[in-house]
Design a protein around this ligand. Structure first.
Ligand SMILES: NC(=O)c1ccc[n+]([C@@H]2O[C@H](COP(=O)([O-])OP(=O)(O)OC[C@H]3O[C@@H](n4cnc5c(N)ncnc54)[C@H](OP(=O)(O)O)[C@@H]3O)[C@@H](O)[C@H]2O)c1
Length: 323
């Protein structure tokens, strides 16, 4: 590890980089080719060179394309990378159809992922959501069998309720909870994050910029072809209201000599030693800025400004995280 400190995921879990690399946006949701595969692979290489070993993917990202991309990037350097894979989400033509977490399906999915990734063992394997038609015991029990078989090293979960997290952890130790968390999305602070902390489960926090909203680069109205226009948070009076909050973030960033994105990532990191920011970066130019965010600290007053401006309910409307 070079520039990045480590974090332990779960009480007896792995030590990984404190900043994770989200690879989702390196693949098209429809599958097939990416906007810039060469740059994506170069970004993974540069992240690994900087000690960012946590690579996050899903078997449904680009209909398997994302795993094949990672496979190319880690050729010859498997030991530098910690690979986290989500599974179970079923898509058709880029549209979500639901979840399939039947034991026979999980056993099938894992072999395809291993083949696409070109590896023997997945470091962290996690259902991307729960499947209400399958008991949690069967889902986690099946992944636990994969651990015994040596196909999976650690078990994670993603976007689940506090009750489901407790249940899952009672069946097999859960190392990590992957969850959307940012200044703009704090509802998980009520029950889910305290439960993870109490159970000693690491938190892999994604969407730190809330779909780019906290980068300070969003302007109103969004162009008609911007996918984010479908989220109520980014529509009409909600957007004008919400952008005023971002002005406070921008001002604080200017005062501290950093960027709003860095503050958004640093705020997540400051919420607990067991919380890891997982950030999408599809180009090398993102790395220096986001790595530097991991060294930012806040005064009490600065934290107070952020927590007051972005108190729960301060941001109007939602994104897919509130579904
Ligand atoms: N478990 C789940 O349900 C779930 C759901 C969604 C995502 N995820 C995982 O979490 C990762 C992160 O989530 P996310 O992509 O939704 O959120 P994010 O990390 O907040 O990224 C949103 C956007 O911010 C951009 N960005 C990154 N650094 C920036 C910077 N310094 N300045 C300006 N823009 C910057 C990225 O652009 P570029 O990519 O173009 O560099 C990306 O388009 C994903 O890659 C995926 O692995 C998990």
């Amino acid at each position: 590890m070079k520039n990045i400190t480590k974090i332990q995921l779960g009480q007896n879990g792995p030590f990984v980089s404190r900043l994770g690399l989200g690879c989702m946006r390196m693949s098209s949701i429809w599958g097939g080719s990416t906007p810039n595969e060469v740059e994506s692979i170069a970004t993974i290489h540069e992240a690994l060179d900087n000690g960012i070993n946590f690579l996050n993917t899903g078997d449904f990202y680009g209909a398997g394309h994302n795993e094949m991309l990672i496979s190319k990037a880690i050729k010859g350097r498997r030991n530098d990378a910690f690979i986290s894979v989500k599974f179970g989400a079923i898509f058709h033509n880029g549209q979500p159809l639901g979840m399939d977490l039947r034991p026979i399906s999980i056993k099938n999915f894992v072999n395809y992922s291993l083949t696409r990734l070109g590896i023997e063992t997945i470091d962290l394997y996690q259902p991307s959501r729960m499947d209400n038609s399958v008991p949690v015991e069967d889902i986690i029990g099946t992944v636990a069998d994969l651990v015994k078989e040596g196909k999976v090293r650690y078990i994670g979960v993603s976007e689940i309720s506090a009750g489901q997290l407790r249940k899952a952890n009672s069946i097999h130790p859960i190392s990590a909870l992957e969850i959307g968390y940012s200044l703009a999305d704090r509802q998980v602070e009520d029950e889910l994050l305290p439960t993870a902390k109490q159970l000693g489960i690491g938190v892999v926090a994604f969407a730190n910029t809330a779909e780019g909203f906290l980068t300070g680069q969003m302007t109103a109205p969004l162009p008609a072809d911007d996918y984010r226009i479908h989220f109520t948070r980014f529509q009409e009076e909600n957007l004008s209201h919400n952008l005023k909050k971002v002005e406070v973030l921008k001002q604080l960033a200017e005062n501290k000599g950093c960027t709003p994105t860095q503050l958004a990532i640093a705020w997540v990191k400051e919420q607990g030693d067991h919380i890891m920011p997982l950030v999408s970066m599809s180009r090398r130019s993102r790395l220096p800025e986001n790595i530097a965010a991991m060294s930012i600290v806040f005064t009490k007053e600065e934290m107070n400004v952020l927590n007051t401006t972005f108190a729960k309910g301060a941001i109007w409307g939602g994104t897919y995280l509130q579904r």
